[in-house]
Write a protein that binds this ligand. Structure first.
Ligand SMILES: [Zn+2]
Length: 488
């Protein structure tokens, strides 16, 4: 999670229960929300979760114990080790090296550098009983945050992969002893805190293909779960680089050149001019990381990097299109060329009631602390949203810090008792959820049905938004006339 998202999350607090933010979105979603409610009544996630977690099942109890033992005996130390040796996104070389060694020693086959990302990996274990069973996936991150005095694990990503390994080893022990067919996969996903979004790149490269379910843990200042539906913790984002190319020349004969900095500045100013044309929830922030080399040389290359955000992706697309046009306009006006590189996209993800309630029932049963009983705004189990639209899953977040995200307090708790006990529970619950998914066909069906239906509803929501926005985002200017009596 990013700091800006946290601030926005606070701003948006009154709407925490629903994923829709603006009055337009709330109105457009009315029918879809009613259908989500009907779906939830049919799936009955709370009753199902109570029934599943209430079963007396010695095999599951043994697996939960085993996941806890693995955490206690090895993974807690590994989590602290990564915590004491923080590495920022895309540079998590030592963490990955250590994790890969550990996974290989536990019988996993590990492929590194997947999707062309140096610090991404996939670890696979195939059951000796065969692979004719579900593919059970776990996500692990390991990147640290940046601070002026160096990197630090203020979001407790150090624990994520050790937690995933503990959960996987609990499950593996059961599958081996009972000869249960299936596959366990741990996805090492780098650089959660910095763009471009690694999970989107891995998703587009097909790395998650064939996975039936994904579980992941994350640090949490309280134990909470999400409502069923779709949404994102904060906003949908397009990350776009505008690269202007001109022609170099000495400034004393600048007429021979074409100034890419003039283009960048004109574009930057045009974007400010666009702000009043956008709805008030729009959020646009940009920097000019490349502005030329020397004052006496006409800048031949400049880069303007923007994060464009809006609560829904339909209006976001409209904003991005207008910004792209502004960039082309600036290029045309200065005799330069512009290349538009949309290098990152974050979208609403899908949250499943069936898995959220199952996780939460385990959290209560196994004694998680600081439980928030109010279901929170729906958000996918991973921050890009893309993977959650394709593969059902759950993000587990047991109370692991008395401080909030991205703080030194959270870092300290991550290597102390509060974090350790939270992570141990994360691992046990993830292992239990995967066990239930593996052994209970009716749960598997419910998860698949709920995911398929929510995916359709997300598409319907976007269609409805397109209709509602049509008059204001179509190419032909069609502003609504000033209302009579509106004199302010
Ligand atoms: Zn995080």
């Amino acid at each position: 999670m990013r700091t800006t998202d946290l601030i926005l999350a606070l701003v948006l607090l009154p709407t925490l229960g629903s994923a829709q933010t603006t009055p337009t979105e709330i109105a457009a979603a009315a029918d879809v929300l009613a259908r989500i409610k009907v779906l939830q009544e049919k799936i009955a996630p709370e009753e199902t979760a109570r029934e599943i977690t209430g079963r007396i099942d010695p095999k599951r109890s043994a697996l939960i114990e085993q996941a806890g033992r693995v955490w206690d005996s090895e993974m807690e130390d590994l989590s602290d080790h990564i915590g004491r040796n923080p590495e920022v996104g895309w540079a998590e070389f030592e963490a990955v090296d250590t994790l890969v060694k550990v996974l290989r020693s536990k019988g996993f086959t590990v492929e590194t550098g997947v999707a062309g990302l140096e610090t991404a990996f996939v670890a696979t274990w195939a059951s000796p009983a065969g692979t004719d069973g579900p593919v059970l996936g776990l996500i692990g991150e390991y990147d640290a945050l940046r601070d002026i005095d160096g990197p630090f694990h203020g979001d407790q990503h150090n624990a994520q992969t050790p937690v995933a390994i503990s959960a996987a080893l609990g499950l593996k022990a059961y599958m081996e002893s009972d000869q249960v067919p299936g596959t366990i996969r741990i996805f090492g996903t780098p650089a959660e805190e910095v763009g471009p979004p690694a999970k989107t790149i891995m998703y587009e490269a097909g790395i998650f293909d064939g996975t039936d379910i994904l579980v992941r843990s994350h640090s949490a200042p309280e134990t909470f779960r999400a409502r069923a539906g779709f949404g994102v913790c904060c906003l949908n984002i397009n990350e776009v680089k505008y690269v202007f190319t001109g022609r170099p020349a000495h400034q004393l004969t600048s007429w021979n050149g074409r100034n890419a900095l003039e283009a960048a500045v004109q574009f930057y100013t045009s974007v400010n001019g666009l702000r009043s044309t956008f709805r008030p929830e729009a959020s646009i922030q940009g920097v000019i990381p490349e502005g030329g080399i020397a004052p006496n040389v006409v800048p031949a290359r400049t880069v303007v990097d923007y994060y464009i955000r809006y609560p829904d992706e339909v209006y976001l697309e409209h904003m991005t299109r207008m910004m792209d046009d502004a960039a082309r306009g600036a290029a045309l006006a200065t005799g330069t060329e512009v290349e538009i590189d949309r290098y990152g996209e974050y979208r609403d993800g899908i949250a499943l009631g069936s898995l959220e309630e199952l996780y939460f029932a385990y959290a209560r049963k196994l004694g998680a602390l600081r439980i928030n009983e109010i279901p929170q705004r729906p958000a996918g189990y991973e921050e890009t949203g893309w993977v959650t639209r394709d593969i059902p899953g759950i993000g587990v977040g047991i109370f692991s810090s008395r401080d909030t995200y991205h703080t030194k307090g959270m870092e300290a708790d991550g290597m102390g008792e509060v974090g350790h006990s939270g992570f141990r529970l994360d691992a046990q619950i993830m292992s239990a959820i995967l066990y239930d998914y593996l052994t209970d066909t009716s749960l598997r069906q419910k998860v698949a049905e709920e995911h398929a239906e929510l995916k359709i509803l997300l598409g319907d929501y976007h269609s409805r938004l397109r209709e509602v926005y049509a008059p204001e985002i179509s190419e032909i200017p069609n502003g609504s006339p000033l209302q009579p009596g509106c004199e302010n």
